[in-house]
Design a protein around this ligand. Structure first.
Ligand code: PMM
Length: 265
């Protein structure tokens, strides 16, 4: 899954794809590099980010979704809002990537069920503004699994077909670096729940912290690519269904190496 943030303030690519032609061009490029789907987002979810209103969010994404879908690409819409998901589905999106796992908007389940689209349920405890204070767990793996299972249950009760669901442990969302590492190390336990698992580590700050210099300064966002690729290969090995990344070309190469090694075994 290639990331296309049509936002002024996302932590890695914020501001780069606000222009319509740049956004569509980048989506096409990621597809050519091997992305099976393009994840279009119009609201930054970076820790501490302020929210934008639904009309602004929808206006950023709808034309881009429609242009990519018209070109035959599979488009996912990264939103927690039912109205934005609905507009994007209308424009041709066939996947809803909901970082709130259906918690932020009570109407989301109905929109997804009616449209019959895929729904990525990410583990989430609150909006970006205050999520880091919610990073308190008894046992992070058990707690995140249980909370995700609750979201799956709620989705099924709302009439969403089980075959449409994908789960995601939500790295960086109400998680400390230690939580992210623990969840990554035990990703196979999420795979064992029986739903496809999406892993989304790309350029996140826990990688910047691991690779900080001697003074403690985080490795800059643009220099976290090799670390991201390493986490993606580990996720494939753990059985992940997909990875959500900025660098599609590098990920496709890393996946080819992983696949060839698997086949040679
Ligand atoms: N992370 C971000 C945005 N969307 N979606 C899913 N399913 N999982 C994630 O971990 C996730 C997401 C934030 O990263 P970005 O600013 O690079 O888009």
């Amino acid at each position: 899954m290639g990331i296309l943030n049509v936002t002024p303030d996302s932590f890695s690519d914020g501001g780069r794809y606000l222009d319509f032609a740049d956004a569509v061009g980048h989506g096409e490029q990621m597809a050519a590099e091997g992305a099976d789907m393009i994840d279009v987002g119009g609201e930054s979810t970076r820790p501490g980010a302020d929210r934008v209103d639904a009309a602004t969010e929808a206006s950023r994404v709808v034309d881009v979704v429609s242009a990519l879908a018209e070109r035959g690409l599979t488009v996912s819409i990264d939103t927690t809002r039912a109205a934005v998901a609905s507009a994007a589905i209308e424009a041709g999106a066939s996947v809803v990537n909901d970082v709130s796992g259906g918690l932020a908007d009570p109407d989301m389940a109905g929109v997804v069920a009616d449209a019959g689209v895929r729904w990525i349920l990410m583990h989430w405890r609150g909006h970006s503004r205050d999520m880091q204070r919610l990073a308190q767990y008894e046992n992070v793996v058990a707690d995140v699994k249980a909370e995700l299972e609750d979201r799956v249950e709620a989705a099924l009760e709302s009439g969403v077909d089980a075959s449409r669901l994908v789960i995601d442990p939500g790295l960086g969302f109400a998680k400390s670096p230690e939580h992210n590492w623990r969840l990554s190390a035990r990703l196979h336990e999420f795979v064992a729940l029986g739903y496809p698992v999406l892993f989304a580590s790309s350029r996140k700050s826990y990688l910047g912290r691991l690779l900080a210099d001697e003074s403690g300064k985080l490795r800059p966002v643009g220099q976290r690519e090799a670390a991201t690729l390493a986490t993606s290969v580990l996720a494939f090995e753990a059985g992940a269904w997909g990875v959500r990344v900025h660098d599609v070309a590098g990920t496709a190469d890393a996946r080819a190496v992983w696949l060839e090694t698997k086949h040679a075994a």
